[in-house]
Design a protein around this ligand. Structure first.
Ligand SMILES: C[S@@+](CC[C@H](N)C(=O)[O-])C[C@H]1O[C@@H](n2cnc3c(N)ncnc32)[C@H](O)[C@@H]1O
Length: 296
C-alpha cells in the first residue's frame, strides 16, 4: 500500500517519471509544474534538448502519470510556451476540464529582440481541474482596490458591497516581472519562477494543510511557496545541484536548522553519487520541517 506520509515535504533527487508512480492515487490537492519547455536550456541534463516529437511524447507520459494522483477536487497548473502549449493543452483537455489559459506577462523591458517577428514576452500557463467542484478560494487572492477607485465608487449603489472591500478577482493576464540576474529572489537556476505567481496558485487552489506536488522542482519555488503558506509539498528534481539550491532556500526560510543543513549537504552529495533509492537525510529533514504544515 502506497503512503503519502513518507513523501510529505520532501524533494527527491530522482527522475519524476518513475517517481510519480510512488504516490497514492487520489492523494494530491494541487499540481503546480514548470516542466522543460523544449527550448534547449542547459539544466545540467538533456531534458530540454529533446526533438519536438520526443518532447511531446514525454509530456504525455508525465501527464498520464500525474492525473490519477489528483483528488477529485484537485487541479493542475502547467507553465508552457506558445510553441508547444497548443498540443499539450489539447492533450490535457481530453482528461481534465480546462479553466483558464493564464498569460504570464514577464514585463521584459524593450531592449533589442527579434527584428523578423514580434518578441515573445509571455509564458502560457494552463489551469485545469479534475471536476466541476474543484477547490478554488477566490477571496484569498483578491486584489485590493486603491483608495481612489474606492472613492470613485462612493455612490449609494456601491455602499456596503463586499467586493469593494475585499478587492477584485485576478484576471487571466498576470504582469509580474521575471527574475532578472540581480533580482533579490534570484538563485542559481536558469528558469526560476517568481514566488508571487506560485503563491497565488497555491492560495487559490490548495486548502491550508493540503498537498502541492511539483514533479520538476528546479530551484524549489513551489516547495518554498508551499512552506510559507502552510501547505505540504512533494517534488522531484533530477539535478543534484538544484537539490542543494532547494535545500539552501528552505534553510534560509527557517524550515531547516543550520545543523540539519550541513549534515544534509554531506548526505545528499553521497546520495547523488550512490544513486541510492532510500530517502536521504535531506528528505527526512524536509519531512521534519514540514511538520509545521502538517499541523495546520
Ligand atoms: C523549468 S525548470 C523548473 C524551474 C522551477 N519552476 C523554479 O522556479 O526554479 C525544470 C526543471 O526540471 C528538471 N527536470 C527535467 N527532467 C526531469 C525529470 N525527468 N525528473 C525530475 N526533474 C527533471 C530540470 O533539471 C529543471 O531543473
Amino acid at each position: 500500500m502506497k503512503s503519502l506520509d513518507k513523501m510529505l515535504n520532501r524533494v527527491l533527487n530522482e527522475d519524476a517519471l518513475p517517481g510519480i508512480g510512488k504516490l497514492p492515487d487520489g492523494s494530491l490537492d494541487l499540481v503546480v509544474t514548470d516542466p522543460p519547455y523544449c527550448l534547449g536550456k542547459d539544466y545540467g541534463n538533456d531534458s530540454d534538448k529533446l526533438d519536438p516529437e520526443a518532447y511531446l511524447e514525454w509530456s504525455k507520459l508525465w501527464i498520464d502519470a500525474v492525473i490519477p494522483k489528483l483528488k477529485t477536487t484537485g487541479s493542475l497548473y502547467v507553465f508552457l510556451t506558445w510553441r508547444y502549449s497548443p498540443e499539450i493543452f489539447c492533450y490535457l483537455k481530453k482528461r481534465l476540464i480546462m479553466l483558464n489559459e493564464i498569460i504570464w506577462d514577464r514585463k521584459v523591458p524593450s531592449m533589442g529582440g527579434s527584428t523578423r517577428r514580434y518578441s515573445s514576452v509571455h509564458d502560457n500557463i494552463g489551469f485545469f481541474a479534475k471536476a466541476k467542484d474543484h477547490y478554488f478560494d477566490i477571496d484569498s487572492i483578491r486584489i485590493p482596490y486603491d483608495e481612489e477607485t474606492k472613492k470613485a465608487r462612493s455612490r449609494s449603489i456601491f455602499v456596503g458591497k463586499k467586493w469593494l472591500e475585499v478587492g477584485y478577482n485576478p484576471k487571466d493576464v498576470w504582469s509580474v516581472s521575471r527574475l532578472h540576474a540581480i533580482h533579490a529572489e534570484r538563485v542559481e537556476h536558469p528558469t526560476q519562477k517568481p514566488l508571487e505567481i506560485i503563491e497565488r496558485m497555491i492560495k487559490a487552489s490548495c486548502p491550508p494543510g493540503g498537498v502541492v506536488f511539483d514533479p520538476f522542482m528546479g530551484s524549489g519555488t513551489t516547495a518554498l511557496a508551499a512552506y510559507r503558506l502552510k501547505r505540504n509539498f512533494i517534488g522531484f528534481e533530477i539535478n543534484p545541484n538544484y537539490c542543494h539550491v532547494i535545500q539552501e532556500r528552505l534553510r534560509e526560510e527557517g524550515s531547516l536548522t543550520l545543523e540539519d543543513a550541513s549534515a544534509l549537504a554531506a548526505t545528499s552529495d553521497k546520495d547523488s553519487k550512490s544513486k541510492s533509492k532510500q530517502p536521504t537525510l535531506f528528505e527526512h529533514a524536509l519531512a521534519a520541517a514540514g511538520k509545521r504544515a502538517e499541523s495546520v
